[in-house]
Design a protein around this ligand. Structure first.
Ligand SMILES: [Ca+2]
Length: 183
């Protein structure tokens, strides 16, 4: 009996070793960041005199690589001589998640111009980690709106920097199945 017991434990340890090898393969992943920049050079329509949202200025960056988001950063270059607190800027992922970036002057945004990275330079309204685990491929859409009549800003350009695993290409349907396993 004792010999058999040792053999069984040997088998168990062998299985654990093989599983450990599998985990080790994760270290060969190639995590990369890629930057897309869109030159827009358009005014953000001024807010109505009665208050409320002005017409949205939308700008889209299409991403063709199909994998899973591991990080999202956004650079905004908005010229505005004053009253950047008029503005709300949101980003919508291909998966339909909309998060607030610039938000009526909050998050350390100066009164003049919004030039810098979210979340490195300015604190976004919403936690951008909410994009992690989503699908990279499709349209990433920036939505800029002015909520107060008077000062007007210009979206010069914006950049999207995604971090993702370059070794894994995932079909959207397959990703949904993978996500379903974790829900
Ligand atoms: Ca305004």
């Amino acid at each position: 009996m004792r010999v058999r017991s040792i053999r069984i434990w040997g088998l168990v340890w062998a299985m654990i070793f093989v599983m450990g090898m599998g985990v080790g393969e994760v270290q060969s992943r190639e995590i990369v960041t890629q930057l897309w920049t869109m030159n827009v050079n358009q005014q953000i329509p001024d807010g109505p005199s009665g208050g409320g949202s002005g017409t949205a200025l939308l700008s889209t960056i299409p991403v063709s690589f199909p994998t899973i988001v591991e990080g999202v950063e956004v650079y905004l270059d908005i010229s505005m001589t004053d009253w950047t607190s008029d503005l709300i800027v949101r980003l919508t992922s291909p998966g339909g998640t909309t998060l607030g970036l610039a938000w009526i002057g909050e998050g350390g945004i100066p009164a003049t111009n919004i030039v810098g990275w979210f979340p490195a330079d300015f604190t976004p309204k919403d936690d951008m980690d909410a994009y992690i685990g989503e699908y990279t491929q499709g349209n990433w859409t920036l939505d800029c709106r002015d909520y107060s009549n008077g000062a007007v800003g210009t979206l010069n350009s914006w950049s999207l920097r995604l971090t993702y695993d370059n070794t894994v290409a995932v079909e959207s349907a397959a990703l949904d199945q993978i996500k379903a396993l974790y829900r």
